[in-house]
Design a binder for this molecule. Structure first.
Ligand code: AP5
Length: 232
């Protein structure tokens, strides 16, 4: 049976960091709606400029578009083992649509939603210090997670780095405000169903990972087998 879980948290809480690790460990596909939208912008999709303008202001893209995007994505072959929703749902209509999608799909088990809790002043620091390799996308932070050799990507050796256009202080403040107004009210939807698990996101990345695994009972999911090189 396929597994599904949600990672909630304000901008910069660590959803992307943890979803990527969960995918590597358990083989559940990371579905980052932010990454999907950025890919649309990069691919010169006709809607690209409209999406960029919305995201650069820290506002939300329409529910209709997001619901369609996720509905199409979870039907794809690479989600058959399961998927981690990183950035969806963000509004009540999105949560309701997801519930309908999951109940229509008989072979998906919902493991629950983990909320990564982080103090607001830390969020701004995490986001404004974040950058990534322009070649392979590996993520770094200028204080918390620097490349081992300054200016060289640990993963691919690339020397070009980029920052997201919505990672400036002004847009971050609006993203946090929009989260409080539109996404925080979604939490009771899951809490009332007994499916919401709070995790202290102020802890280190490894501890937060362990806490999520425990909260969502991912210990019951078969781990991805790693080859000798990867096990190092
Ligand atoms: P999206 O890309 O999802 O942005 P976000 O929700 O604002 O979240 P971030 O990606 O900024 O942060 P994160 O929680 O993933 O943190 P990360 O792991 O990178 O969405 C962008 C936009 O797309 C939205 O604003 C909206 O416009 C649109 N959109 C997307 N989905 C939508 C939807 N469903 N509906 C409508 N619109 C939608 O970590 C941040 C930094 O902190 C990193 O540098 C990391 O290394 C560091 N870090 C992580 N964990 C720790 C830790 N425990 N300790 C120390 N440092 C840590």
């Amino acid at each position: 049976m396929s597994k599904c879980c949600i990672l909630f948290g304000p901008p910069g809480a660590g959803k992307g960091t943890q979803a990527a690790r969960l995918e590597a460990e358990f083989g559940l596909k990371q579905l980052s709606t932010g990454d999907m939208l950025r890919a649309k912008i990069q691919s010169e999709d006709p809607l690209g400029q409209e999406l960029k303008a919305i995201m650069d202001q820290g506002k939300y893209v329409s529910d209709d578009m997001m619901i369609r995007l996720i509905q199409e994505r979870i039907a794809q072959q690479d989600c058959k083992e399961g998927f981690i929703l990183d950035g969806f749902p963000r509004t009540l209509p999105q949560a309701e649509a997801l519930e309908t999608m999951l109940s229509a799909a008989e072979d998906v088990e919902f493991l629950g939603a983990a909320l990564i809790d982080v103090d607001t002043n830390i969020l701004v620091k995490r986001i404004t210090g974040r950058f990534s390799c322009a070649n392979c996308g590996a993520g770094y932070h200028e204080s918390f997670n620097k490349p081992k050799v300054a200016g060289v990507c640990d993963r691919c050796g690339g020397t070009q780095f980029s920052r997201r256009s919505d990672d400036n202080a002004e847009t971050v403040a609006n993203r946090i405000k929009v989260y409080e107004e539109s996404t925080a009210p979604v939490l009771p939807f899951y809490e009332s169903r007994g499916n919401l698990y709070r995790v202290d996101g102020m802890k280190g990345v490894n501890q937060v990972f362990d806490d999520i695994v425990l909260a969502l009972n991912l210990t019951s999911v078969k781990k991805v087998e790693k080859n000798d090189t990867e096990q190092g």
